[in-house]
Design a protein around this ligand. Structure first.
Ligand SMILES: C[S@@+](CC[C@H](N)C(=O)[O-])C[C@H]1O[C@@H](n2cnc3c(N)ncnc32)[C@H](O)[C@@H]1O
Length: 625
């Protein structure tokens, strides 16, 4: 999509540029929420200026200012992060926990009056609210299986996007775009996870595989770059506050095609106008004017020199400025570039065969028959047993594949997670195992499947802990579905493990850290706009408490395993070093992970690169005495 323009002295330039950028924030619009229409949401939008003179100059952060300077840091805005409108103290304490699970699950448990004033929707719903009998887990999240979310009936109004093509259309937007718009609209309205919504609206549709892939790309792309798109679209409207949410979503989708997918301007504008008409039939002319300005804005995108201007660099990749800065500091220009490009690409789909219930041959043959094109997977130079990349996406429309999921023969799980599970289980059969932060049991299943594959039996005394009761309930349902043995599923705060397990010790204690999850940005498209710089420190502080609490429960000679799916040094190597420096940590020594990716570090870590699996980190520490 673009070249890495960074020169050797670019880091210094970025520092200067970002300082200038911070200064610039004092002036122009900043820290505003997205223009969702609010009370005016039932108007299509007031529309662009009468003329067609390109994006508005100044007055917004994403587009070119009058003097050509880039705008403010989208990352510091409130647009997406504070969808959680609870008072600060009521929010979940743990960042990754908050991001990936808690909001949704707390919602699922709460009365259905939990509304987001920002987005003004009705009661929130998630996939678990559906009454469908068959559900599958993807990366530990429950999703409706195909056929369960049949296309909805005709809409009763013209404001929300359609969920698919039904009946004669009053516009010519393609069905893939219509579906993508419906999904994007749901993301906004329900504050839902992109993958969950995609599973329900796109994966279950009857459009072609190519169209499904395109619609998915649009949804994840818009969710990932939303802050940047919102700025650009606003810059091209005279009264951005007046745009109805559905119109704004359609404009952002088209802006994504124009700016990030490099679609031909004519086709993108034409389809964008049709898309806007699909939700606001009278707004076609106005949409045409706005999108033509977006096309003109693209000529100067990213509104600054990305070699010297960190805001332009961040914008180029659709990242908040603070995060782009962090990535540069963390992994250098090449690594950050690779990470950002990979984060904007669709994630590969990997499955794990559950050895407790099925053989690889059995699963692979059904997937191959269903045209899933399963391929064995290599991570850090080693084949991952039971792990397959599904080149064409999981063929969920095939009844046999669905049955394999519902019977617990396989699960969707990132390849690096599978390697982590394999390393945590180790080469000598543990008799007792404590998993801290067991969540919805993905690692539990992977660990026990690995033990069964390696030792011919599951780990007998496998205890899980999670702070959330609803996750533990799901864990119990899921381990039953997958035939996994869990001796005790405990609910409680693992920063005080003695309260939960007394003075018991285990052969292996596994802390699956509730980290910031930056290594999984592709699958959790909107994380980057939700996280805050301070979240990283908060996460590292929690890790320190979890490790300190876990240490006395490792049997002498046993292993304390610490894993994250993030890339910050605070949460990874520094967290381990800080722990080893403590009194409890002094009893431990680092054991090199066999699959250490670079041959030098004793830790296992995989960087996020285009076409590869997610980024994970693992440290193995042996208790010496
Ligand atoms: C990375 S997720 C775990 C994913 C899970 N192991 C899996 O594979 O499905 C981290 C988990 O830690 C849990 N958690 C966060 N803080 C905790 C605490 N203080 N005590 C116990 N669990 C906690 C969260 O609820 C979340 O499920």
């Amino acid at each position: 999509m673009h070249n890495d323009h960074r020169s050797h002295n670019q880091r210094r330039s970025y520092d200067r540029a970002s300082q200038g950028d911070r200064n610039a924030q004092g002036g122009a619009r900043q820290n505003r929420g997205p223009r969702t229409g609010g009370a005016r949401g039932d108007r299509d939008f007031r529309g662009p200026r009468k003329d067609d003179r390109g994006p508005r100059k100044g007055g917004f952060s994403g587009g070119p200012h009058r003097d050509g300077r880039p705008g403010a840091d989208r990352g510091s805005r409130r647009d997406f992060a504070p969808r959680d409108d609870r008072p600060r103290d009521d929010r979940p304490q743990h960042p990754r926990d908050d991001r990936r699970y808690d909001q949704r699950d707390d919602r699922a448990r709460s009365p259905r009056d939990d509304r987001s004033p920002r987005f003004g929707g009705g009661p929130r719903r998630d996939s678990r609210e559906a009454s469908h009998p068959r559900e599958i887990f993807v990366d530990g999240k429950l999703m409706a299986a195909p056929d369960q979310d049949a296309p909805r009936g005709p809409r009763s109004d013209d404001r929300g996007p359609r969920g698919g093509a039904r009946g004669p259309k009053a516009h010519r937007a393609t069905t893939a775009r219509e579906l993508a718009l419906a999904a994007i609209h749901q993301l906004r309205q329900r504050d839902a996870f992109a993958q969950d919504v995609i599973a329900k609206t796109i994966d279950t549709s009857r459009i072609s595989r190519e169209d499904r892939a395109f619609a998915t790309r649009l949804v994840l792309g818009v969710a990932s770059t939303r802050g940047t798109l919102e700025d650009i679209v606003s810059s091209c409207m005279d009264s951005p506050d007046d745009a109805a949410p559905a119109v704004r979503d359609a404009l952002c989708l088209s802006a994504y095609e124009i700016i990030f997918l490099q679609k031909s301007p004519h086709a993108a504008v034409d389809q964008g106008v049709e898309l806007v008409k699909s939700v606001a039939p009278r707004a076609g002319g106005l949409a045409n004017a706005v999108l033509r300005r977006v096309v003109r804005a693209k000529e100067s995108f990213p509104f600054g020199d990305p070699r010297t201007d960190i805001a332009a660099y961040a914008r180029l990749h659709g990242f908040p400025v603070w995060l782009a800065q962090r990535l540069l500091a963390e992994m250098g220009p090449q690594g950050a570039h690779s990470f950002m490009v990979a984060s904007n690409e669709p994630a590969p789909v990997y499955i794990a065969v559950n050895a407790v219930k099925a053989s690889d041959d059995e699963v692979v043959s059904v997937l191959a028959d269903a045209h899933g094109e399963p391929e064995p997977v290599t991570v850090a130079g080693r084949t991952v047993p039971g792990c397959y990349r599904i080149v064409s996406g999981v063929p969920l429309n095939d009844g046999r594949v669905r049955r394999m999921f519902s019977q617990g023969l396989l699960l969707v799980s990132d390849a690096t997670s599978q390697v982590v599970a394999s390393l945590v289980v180790g080469q000598e059969a543990p008799q007792s195992f404590l998993e801290i932060g067991a969540g919805r049991a993905t690692k539990t299943i992977l660990d026990q499947s690995c033990a069964y594959r390696r030792f011919g039996a599951q780990i007998p005394d496998y205890v899980t802990v999670d702070v959330h009761a609803f996750k533990t309930k799901l864990l119990q349902e899921r381990v039953q579905q997958y035939g996994i043995e869990v001796a005790e599923p405990l609910i409680g705060d693992a920063t005080d493990l003695t309260e939960l397990v007394g003075d018991r010790t285990f052969d292996r204690v596994f802390v699956d850290s509730p980290c910031t999850g930056l290594g999984t940005l592709r699958r959790h498209a909107d994380i980057r706009w939700r996280l805050r710089p301070e979240t990283i420190e908060e996460s590292a502080a929690l890790d320190a408490r979890l490790l300190a609490s876990a240490a006395p429960h490792v049997a002498p000679g046993g292993i304390l395993a610490y894993a994250t799916c993030t890339i910050t040094h605070e949460e990874n190597a520094d967290a381990v070093a800080a722990f080893l420096d403590t009194e409890a940590g002094a009893a431990f020594e680092v054991v090199p992970c066999d699959a250490s990716s670079d041959g030098r570090s004793p830790f296992f870590s995989v960087a996020l690169e285009p076409g590869g699996p997610d980024a994970h980190f693992l440290a193995l520490l042996r208790r010496k005495f």
